[in-house]
Design a binder for this molecule. Structure first.
Ligand code: CDP
Length: 200
């Protein structure tokens, strides 16, 4: 069983993906963390996030187990992640890891931007989890109370634009995805909705 969860930044994909995997006994992968690892390495090595060769070579030699979660969070790494994520060579370098992860028994939940469209086009269930920019900015503000909400909103909008307008694997719902707007829903309500699709 493969469940694909795509959607923009701070829409609640991670919360729902983790809860769903736990509930159904499936493996869970936050694919954004892979792009964040590449972004973090690019930043740490003072590499150019537009240099596709340098970034692809970082992506190819990524040691996924060697990162500290705290280092990967934050908007600076997120911004680097979204820049390297626009490079086809970087996406290609991360493809096999994601497909192998999805193929594990008894199944997996993957969240990201292109799971239903590119990584697992044959997923059993596809969800596109979204929310208004204001709702997403409010959620991010709860995670980093020291940052101005207007600044968070601007960062989210910039990342949405870059992720949606890139040529390769842009952020968009798969044609067969169930779209859920979580702006006015609690995490439990989203989980109930998702489960009602999987176990009607
Ligand atoms: O945590 P947040 O939702 O803000 O972002 P993330 O899921 O950690 O992803 C960081 C960045 O990686 C995104 O802005 C995308 O540019 C990129 N990404 C991607 O291109 N494809 C994926 N499957 C996952 C993330």
């Amino acid at each position: 069983m493969i469940i694909a969860i795509d959607g923009p930044s701070a829409a609640g994909k991670g919360t729902i993906g983790r809860a769903l995997a736990l509930k159904l006994g499936l493996h869970y992968l936050d694919t954004g963390s892979l792009y964040r690892m590449v972004g973090f390495e690019v930043m740490r090595n003072n590499a150019d996030p537009a240099d596709s060769q340098a970034c692809a070579s970082i992506a190819q030699s990524l040691n996924v187990g060697s990162f500290n979660d705290a280092d990967l969070r934050g908007e600076k790494v997120g911004s680097f992640a979204s820049q390297v994520a626009a490079l086809p060579q970087v996406r290609h370098a991360l493809l096999k890891f994601q497909r192998d992860f999805a193929a594990q028994k008894p199944g997996a939940v993957l969240d990201g931007r292109d799971i239903g469209t590119v990584i697992c086009p044959d997923a059993d269930y596809k969800f596109f989890i979204t929310a208004s920019v204001d709702a997403r900015a409010r959620r991010r503000a709860l995670e980093s109370p020291s940052t101005e909400i207007a600044a968070i909103k601007a960062e989210i909008e910039a990342r949405d634009a870059r992720d949606s307008n890139r040529n390769v694997a842009p952020l968009k719902p798969a044609a067969d995805a169930v779209i859920i707007d979580t702006s006015d829903l609690s995490a439990d309500e989203v989980l109930t909705r998702v489960l009602s699709v999987i176990q009607p």
